[in-house]
Design a protein around this ligand. Structure first.
Ligand SMILES: O=C(O)[C@H](O)[C@@H](O)[C@H](O)[C@H](O)COP(=O)(O)O
Length: 249
C-alpha cells in the first residue's frame, strides 16, 4: 500500500489547474511506457472542473486517440440525462475531442441493451473491463483513477455502511438503494479501484474537511470512511484546496 501524497492548492481553481497539468503529464508518461493510457473519470464538480482545466493553453497536449476512458461509477438513468457522470464529462470536454467511440467506455444507461436491469448492466460493464485487461486480471491496470469524495467520505458509489462495499469478487457492483439520489447506480468495487497505478482524490471546500481528515487518519476504517479504502499500486494523491485540507493533522 502506498503512503498518500497530499497536494494542497490555495483555491479550488488552483487545485483543478494542478490536477489538469498532472493528468496530461501522467497520460503522456503512460503512453510513452505502454502505448495507450487507461483513465478513470469521476463525477462531481471536481471531476468536471479538472476536465475543463485540461483545455487550458498552459496544459500540455494529450493524444486522446490513445486514451481509454472509463468511469468509477455512474447513475443508472437514461443516456444523456444530466444526472449521468458521462453527460457531465462529455459537456466538460469529451464532446469536443472527436473521440473514437471504441475508446469511451461509459457505464450502461437504462436505455442500453439491458434496459433497466441494473444487475445485467453491471455484469456487462465487468465484461467490458475484462476485455481490456491483461490475462488473469479482471480490469485494466488503470493509469490514473480519479475520485471525488462526498462529505460522508464516499467514493464512486461506495457509501459508508453500505453492503456494496463488501463486494470483492467482481470488479463492478450494482447499487439499488444509494443513500444519495439517484438511488440506482453502478460502481467499481475496491479491488477494481485498487488495481489502478495511481488513485487521485480530488476534493475542495470546507464542507469536505472532516471527511478528508477522517479518511487520512491512522487506522481509518473504510466501512466508516470509504475513501480510506482506496489506494493506487504506485501512487495515491489527495488533491485538496486549502479549505478541504484545513483539518488534516
Ligand atoms: O452522487 C454522487 O455520488 C456524487 O456525484 C459523488 O460521487 C461526487 O463525486 C462527490 O460527492 C464529490 O463531488 P464534488 O466534487 O462536487 O464535491
Amino acid at each position: 500500500m502506498t503512503t498518500p501524497r497530499i497536494e494542497v492548492g490555495p483555491s479550488k481553481d488552483a487545485t483543478t489547474a494542478a490536477i489538469a497539468a498532472a493528468l496530461s503529464e501522467s497520460i503522456r508518461a503512460a503512453q510513452d511506457a505502454r502505448g495507450t493510457a487507461h483513465l478513470v473519470l469521476t463525477g462531481g464538480s471536481m471531476g468536471g472542473a479538472s476536465l475543463v482545466g485540461l483545455q487550458h493553453p498552459q496544459v500540455g497536449p494529450v493524444d486522446w486517440s490513445r486514451v481509454h476512458l472509463w468511469w468509477g461509477d455512474e447513475r443508472f438513468v437514461p443516456s444523456g440525462h444530466p444526472d449521468r457522470n458521462e453527460t457531465e464529462a462529455r459537456e466538460a470536454l469529451l464532446d469536443r475531442l472527436g473521440l473514437d467511440p471504441s475508446m469511451v467506455h461509459a457505464m450502461p444507461a437504462t436505455d442500453g441493451p439491458d434496459g433497466d436491469d441494473v444487475a445485467a448492466a453491471t455484469t456487462r460493464y465487468a465484461a467490458e473491463l475484462a476485455a481490456h485487461a491483461a490475462d488473469g486480471h479482471d480490469v485494466p491496470a488503470f493509469d490514473v483513477l480519479m475520485l471525488g469524495v462526498g462529505p460522508d467520505a464516499h467514493i464512486a458509489s461506495l457509501f459508508p455502511h453500505h453492503p456494496a462495499q463488501r463486494v470483492t469478487g467482481a470488479p463492478t457492483v450494482a447499487v439499488e438503494d444509494s443513500p444519495k439520489p439517484p438511488p440506482v447506480r453502478i460502481s467499481l468495487t475496491y479491488p477494481a479501484i485498487n488495481a489502478a497505478r495511481q488513485v487521485w482524490f480530488m476534493v475542495a471546500g470546507a464542507e469536505k474537511a472532516d471527511a478528508v481528515q477522517a479518511a487520512l487518519a491512522t487506522g481509518a476504517d473504510p466501512w466508516d470512511t470509504p475513501a480510506s479504502g482506496a489506494h493506487g499500486s504506485q501512487d495515491t494523491v489527495w488533491w485538496l484546496d486549502a479549505a478541504a485540507a484545513a483539518r488534516i493533522r
